[in-house]
Structures are given as structure tokens and as C-alpha cells.
Design a protein around this ligand. Sequence first.
Ligand code: ATP
Length: 202
Amino acid sequence: MRFTRLRLNGFKSFVDPTDLVIADGLTGVVGPNGCGKSNLLEALRWVMGENRPTAMRGGGMEDVIFAGAATRGARNFAEVSLHIDNTERLAPSGFNEADELDIVRRITRDAGSAYKAAGRDVRARDVQMLFADASTGSHSPALVRQGQISELINARPKARRRILEEAAGISGLYQRRHEAELKLSGAEQNLSRVDDVIEQLA
Ligand code: ATP
């Protein structure tokens, strides 16, 4: 799976549709302070399912929508799409049918986020798992934000272990285990309720 294009529309300072083409080799983004370089990295995290507004430097998720400027009114939605080259068929199963894969996330004021993968409506979890299974995602250690290196140096062993697990591509398995444990405990509670009913009837 190779990311080849990030398209932003109404996301933070990118009010007009803007394409960041990620060609073979090294892509550099340069520009003066405040021109939106970090916003690009945040758009990438966001389309991969980031759900913490603080990771977007905002108080609420709708803060990613273009908020207006002296000459432009605020927008009502923001959309980011990630174009993936899947010719090597490395996308996780369920999304691995075609040479190209598009992931789209759109947020509309007062209506929250909606996701599409390969043209189908999907849940946030599906997108998060898709990238976790491909050893990447919004928490990927490959995405390094400002100040993160010093945080890593000062991190506790448990937090450092989580970073290594993500790099090893097993965080998706942990998420599935957690969900299985929740289901199991739900089933156990239901069983004990059935036992109570049987006791009352006996
Ligand atoms: P630096 O080099 O200082 O780190 P940068 O190039 O990484 O800067 P960003 O931090 O990505 O810049 O962009 C900050 C700009 O994005 C600011 O001008 C801010 O006003 C603008 N911005 C952030 N959120 C929104 C929003 N919701 N609507 C409009 N503009 C926004």
C-alpha cells in the first residue's frame, strides 16, 4: 500500500480543494511559519480515523472545518481523501479487490464524521482497523509531530512498548482482543441473569 495523493477540501486552512501529490522518493513540504505544513500531517492522521480533537490541536472535532478568514466565510464541512496505490495487493482483506483504494472522511457541522472506503460507507472503526492491519494509522510512529521526540525520550516503558507494538503491526490485534473481551463479559452477565431467572422459577 503506497499513499499517492492527499486531497483536502475545507480542512483547516485549506479552504479550496488542494492536492498533495506524494511521488516516488522523498517529498518535502516547505513554507513560512503558519502556512499549513502541520495541517497537512493532521489531515493525514484525520482521514485515517484520528478521533481525539486534541491531536488536531482543537477543542472539538468541528474545529478542523475552515473557520473563515477576512475575505472568506466559514465552511460547513471539511473533507479529506487519501488515494492509495494497491497494485501490490497489500491492503487488508475486504479492501483488496482493486489496484487503487480511496479512503474519504467528511465532517459536517452538527452531523459528525462519515467515512467511505473503496466507494462504500464504512465505520470509523473499519478505517482504523484497515490502517492498523497495514501497520500504519493515525498513531503510527512514522508520523512524527513537533515535540514528539522529546516526549518519546521521556516516555514511561509502557508508553514506549505501545509505540513498538504499533510499529510491529499488532495494535489491530489488541483492539480485536479488547472487543472480544467486552463481548465475553457481556455474555457472562447475560448468563448470570439467566441463572437468576432459573433460580426464581425453580
Ligand atoms: P509552523 O512552521 O509554525 O509550524 P505550519 O506551516 O506547520 O507552521 P500550521 O500550524 O499547519 O502551519 O497552520 C496554522 C494555520 O492554520 C494558522 O494560520 C491557522 O490560522 C490556520 N488554521 C488552523 N485551523 C483553521 C481553521 N479551522 N480554519 C481556518 N484556518 C485554520
